[in-house]
Design a protein around this ligand. Structure first.
Ligand code: SF4
Ligand code: SF4
Length: 577
């Protein structure tokens, strides 16, 4: 017998599990319409690859993963795409979100698919690719893309693979029924996970309140000695990843850390079956087991249901009595949230729909002031100080909340459950986490904006410097040309350009007759320059200067003559008019 450990805190709420395991898993069939949210997992929403009007086959990709942490989406049945639009989805916000809608043709026709002949011939990267393209996301609740979780960090080996069959939340029996009916499938999936991770040991942990599941797993494991089935006393929330790790190994995941930091990987039993179906049969994740329970349904039970099926379809099959139903909850009474629209679909993480009566799940009484009894701290499985977190959350002291490890809170609700003042503690923590995450996003955005601004300023400064350097180079070149021309006794080109501009202006003025005095003065200047140039030319002829210099002087005198002629004719025309 393997030694098991206990974790701090925990509670024992009424289990209410027996109601939904009186019968086996029942198929929920194909509904008239399937509604598939593009985001059913942690990470970026999938990107549609179909358009309205397309006909799709069961198992066909309808939206592809958009980035590293994302999950592909497949058509759960054949039919025509009738919409890509916002629809109600199961989310605590109650807000609609983008979905692909399929009008099912009831033919349930598969796209061609096949698995690998023998997974043992495949290396880890090939199997991870298969798992990723099958769109598998953790089916125990959080919905983290499985392939990403299995990849872990490069160079880090896995000591222990833990398969989570705990299902500690009251009412939910989806994993229990799966372990009872498909124990061999679970172990086949576990063998594939072992082939990928090569762990030193593999432990499948479940609470002792599931005797049928324990027997089925032990029987299946008898012929597959690669997995140790470990049972332990029932206590909520043993199914929390960190709590289960502590129970099975005695190790604690460091605050703010991940199981991988201590060489452990956890996967849910439902995920193991999804991995097996993808690798051995090439079937993507298009269905799951969902418990429908609560006193407001006539026959609580577990359904194998196509993803995208409206909750109302399952509630009808289970015999919902709407007049008795106080509210709908996705998940269990501890960690679940209210679903406001029964047309919201089943998604990859929907393990339970709870339809309770008011007597069964009465609304909480009004909150009273905290009496500092400390019961919340005693119950907290994460060894946090819920009362202090509550004070900080009320005062929006986000830094202190982070210092007190708010993000280690698994939102199990044990603190609220024991609080004699009925303070909805978890709601405060959820709201604070959302505020802090929003702050982080805002901060990241403003950092990006600041970096963009600084990069632009640097670029502009560089451009200025380059312009200045070019200007200086042009100036130096011009000065050099002037110097050369002067040395050779020719006309200063810059001065010549200024003279030309002046002459042109004078000619224009002479043409318009606006400034006759200025035009006359410009003509005088040109005549003087020409005279000087001709004298210089005569000197050069007389002294027998170099032919190049003589030619430059002749060209200069010729230019001046031309300009003078031009200016004189413009002036005489102006006079004539
Ligand atoms: S259990 Fe409730 S009343 Fe008691 S210390 Fe915690 S928050 Fe305060
Ligand atoms: S909800 Fe958070 S703070 Fe409350 S008991 Fe659970 S882990 Fe502790």
């Amino acid at each position: 017998m393997r030694r098991v450990y206990d974790f701090h805190g925990g509670i024992h709420p009424a289990e209410n599990k027996h109601q939904s395991v009186r019968s086996g898993i029942r198929s929920a069939g194909v509904p008239a319409q399937l509604i598939l949210p593009l985001s059913q997992h942690i990470g970026a929403a999938a990107r549609p690859v179909v358009t309205v009007g397309d006909y799709v086959l069961k198992g066909q990709v309808i939206a592809e993963a958009a980035g590293h942490v994302s999950a592909t989406l497949h058509a759960p049945s054949s039919g025509r795409i009738s919409g890509i639009e916002d629809r109600p989805i199961p989310h605590p916000s109650g807000l609609p979100a983008p979905c692909i809608v399929i009008d099912c043709d009831q033919q349930d026709l598969w796209t061609p698919h096949q698995g690998v002949a023998d997974y043992r011939d495949c290396d880890a990267s090939e199997l991870l690719e298969l798992i990723s393209s099958a769109g598998i996301a953790g089916m125990g609740g959080a919905g983290f893309p499985t392939a990403v979780k299995l990849m872990g960090k490069p160079g880090r080996s896995v000591k222990t693979l833990i398969i989570n069959g705990t299902e500690c939340e009251p009412y939910i029996t989806a994993d229990d029924i799966l372990m009872r009916e498909r124990a061999a499938d679970i172990l086949e999936g576990v063998a594939i996970l072992q082939h990928i991770l090569q762990p030193e040991e593999t432990l499948l942990g479940l609470e002792d309140n599931k005797p049928e599941a324990i027997a089925a797993l032990r029987e299946a494991a008898a012929s597959a000695s690669h997995v140790e089935i470990v049972t332990f006393p029932t206590k909520y929330p043993s199914g929390g990843e960190k709590q289960l790790i502590e129970i099975l190994t005695g190790k604690q995941v460091p605050a703010g850390g991940l199981p991988g930091d201590i060489g452990i990987v956890c996967q849910n039993v439902g995920t193991a079956v999804a991995v097996r179906d993808a690798v051995i049969y090439g079937r993507p994740l298009i269905s799951r087991i969902t418990t429908v329970t609560g006193d407001a349904v006539a026959t609580p039970q577990n359904f194998e249901v196509l993803l995208g099926t409206p909750m109302q379809h399952l509630l009808d099959l289970a015999g919902l009595q709407p007049e008795r139903c106080e509210r709908l909850v996705m998940g269990g009474p501890m960690m679940g949230f209210t679903v406001t629209n029964p047309q919201a679909p089943i998604v990859k993480t929907t393990n339970c729909i709870l339809a309770p009566t008011t007597a069964e799940l009465p609304p909480p009484p009004p909150a009273q002031p905290c009496i500092r009894c400390g019961l919340c701290a005693e119950a907290c499985p994460a060894s946090l100080l819920p009362q202090q977190l509550f004070w900080f959350a009320q005062g929006k002291e986000f830094e202190k909340l982070e210092q007190h490890n708010l993000f280690d809170c698994i939102e199990c609700g044990a603190c609220s459950w024991v609080c004699p003042s009925h303070i909805p503690l978890v709601q405060y923590y959820r709201a604070s986490k959302a505020d802090i995450l929003q702050q982080r996003r805002d901060h990241a955005k403003s950092e990006q904006a600041r970096e963009r601004f600084e990069a632009r300023q640097t670029r502009l400064a560089q451009e200025d410097e380059e312009r200045e350097a070019k200007r200086a180079a042009r100036k130096a070149a011009a000065e050099k040309r002037t110097q050369l021309a002067t040395q050779e006794g020719g006309e200063d080109p810059i001065q010549a350009a200024i003279d030309r501009a002046k002459a042109k202006k004078a000619a224009q003025q002479a043409g318009t007759g606006t400034e006759p005095a200025a035009a006359a003065s410009a003509l005088d200047t040109l005549r003087q320059k020409l005279e000087k140039a001709e004298q210089r030319l005569a000197q050069s002829h007389a002294s027998g200067e170099d032919a190049k210099i003589v030619a430059a002087l002749e060209a200069s005198a010729e230019r001046l003559r031309g300009k003078l002629t031009e200016a004189e004719s413009a002036a005489s025309e102006a006079g004539a008019s």
